[in-house]
Ligand binder design. Structure first.
Ligand code: GLY
Ligand code: MN
Ligand code: MN
Length: 438
């Protein structure tokens, strides 16, 4: 059984007497009649491996013989000449391992058959309005059939919990892809470090990094790269990347490759001229120590919040050491004084989506314990906004260090560990290469 069919089977088991309807991502328009490059919805991809729009997956455990069914675009010679090969109805059964497959145009007529007899319907209302209308019509039809002895769903469930819980726990095969994504990200960041010198533009650095992702086998970036020189690094979601890099600045690069649909998410911050100033180095050392303290907490059984708390403590201690905060550490943490310099949390799940799915808290609203197979980012930072009331020499410094970390049954595995982050390593590599891509 292929990996996608095995996942559908796991979902079917968890659904019990319910039915799930999960659509493919639609095409997204960029402007006028130009579309963005197609990116499949991660849940749909996880369960089908299909990279086509206009498809709907139905998992109906109560329908023996047709438990997993795919509605998709049929083969069409003319259309395929314009937009490429389709898997088609036969391919869905023969190659993707579905019990049954039908042309997408038959969805509205066939859906009531799959709703009939299911106790609940798992479907995300309000995301895809044309599909909502088909679903509502099918529900109406199933209700109508009750009078003739049919059974319509009794409850409607926001989907996600079943698939997202599966996605949260990565298999060895998924981790192998994530390690390849990390290797591509390393190639990009290292090429970027080597090419950095005063006078380079942020977008040139972005291009060098992303070009090297492609050379290393990645198909895309996992999110728009942030390449932020100097004070731009204090804007957390800066990604215009249009400024020049100057002598004496740091550059913050938050960029990760997407490979075979899996994300990596890495931030490194390095000096444009290859040498940290005293203030830059002082803050860099604090962020790096906070990141290492956070990574130490990525262990089975630890609360999801432990790595954030560990990082906040080290950052706060460091801010007191350099005089940017004063007072008792516990009180400063209690009153969240660090938030002037560190307004975000320390990470998130990562996988098919860069901010991956999966709950962070349990039903009692407590952060859940970590378990082997979970992958998260550890990404503390310090950002000295220029309007803060602090000595001039600190202003405009922005630093973040981010790695992707696997919780194992033992020590944490930093999937992106080979990307330089020690200050001395950065000083050695920055500017050491030609401007041209590696
Ligand atoms: N690059 C997005 C993030 O770090 O969460
Ligand atoms: Mn991140
Ligand atoms: Mn990031």
């Amino acid at each position: 059984m292929n990996v996608y069919a095995a996942r559908r089977e796991a979902v079917a088991k968890a659904l019990g007497d319910a039915v799930a309807v999960i659509p493919a991502a639609p095409h997204a328009t960029r402007n006028a009649d130009t579309e963005y490059e197609y990116r499949q919805h991660s849940d749909f991809y996880y369960l089908t491996g299909l990279n086509e729009p206009e498809a709907v997956l139905v998992i109906a455990p109560h329908k023996s013989g047709e438990r997993d069914v795919l509605f998709l675009r049929p083969r069409d010679r003319e259309a395929e000449i314009w937009t490429g090969k389709r898997v088609g109805v036969e391919g869905a059964v023969d190659d993707l391992g579905f019990d049954a497959a039908y042309p997408i145009g038959e969805l509205a007529a066939k859906l009531p058959d799959y709703l009939n007899g299911a106790l609940a319907l798992h479907y995300a209302l309000g995301v895809d309005e044309p599909l909502d209308r088909i679903i509502l019509a099918a529900v109406k039809e199933a209700r109508y059939r009750v009078r003739r002895g049919g059974k319509a769903p009794l409850s409607y469930v926001e989907p996600g919990t079943i698939v997202h819980e599966l996605r949260l726990h990565k298999t060895p095969e998924e981790l192998a892809i994530m390690r390849r994504a990390a290797a591509a990200t390393r190639a990009g960041h290292e090429a970027g470090m080597r090419a950095t010198r005063p006078g380079l533009w942020e977008y040139e650095l972005e291009a060098i990094i992303e070009y090297n992702y492609r050379l290393a086998g990645a198909q895309d970036v996992a999110y728009p790269s942030i390449v932020a020189g100097g004070v731009n690094a204090t804007i957390l979601h800066y990604n215009t990347n249009r400024d020049r890099l100057y002598e004496g600045q740091l550059v913050l690069v938050d960029s990760g490759a997407e490979l075979d649909v899996y994300a990596s998410d890495v931030t490194r911050t390095w000096p444009v001229n290859g040498r940290f100033s005293a203030e830059q180095r002082a803050l860099y050392d604090i962020v790096l120590a906070a990141q290492k303290a956070g990574i130490e907490q990525v262990r089975p059984g630890r609360s999801y919040n432990a790595y954030h708390e560990a990082a906040v403590r080290v950052l706060t201690e460091g801010l007191v050491d350099v005089g940017l905060l004063s007072g008792s550490i516990d009180e400063l943490i209690e009153t969240e004084k660090h938030r002037d310099f560190y307004p975000h949390r320390t990470g998130h799940w990562i996988g098919l989506d860069v901010h991956d799915v999966g709950r962070y808290k349990d039903d009692a609203d407590e952060y859940r314990p970590l378990a082997p197979g979970m992958v998260l980012t550890v990404e503390p930072g310090l950002y000295v906004q220029p309007d803060l009331d602090v000595p001039e020499r600190w202003k405009g410094i922005g630093i973040r260090i981010e790695d992707d970390v696997l919780c194992t049954s033992g020590d944490p595995e930093v999937i992106t560990a080979s990307i330089p982050k020690e200050a001395a390593e950065l000083e050695a590599i920055v500017g050491s290469g030609a401007l041209a891509p590696a």
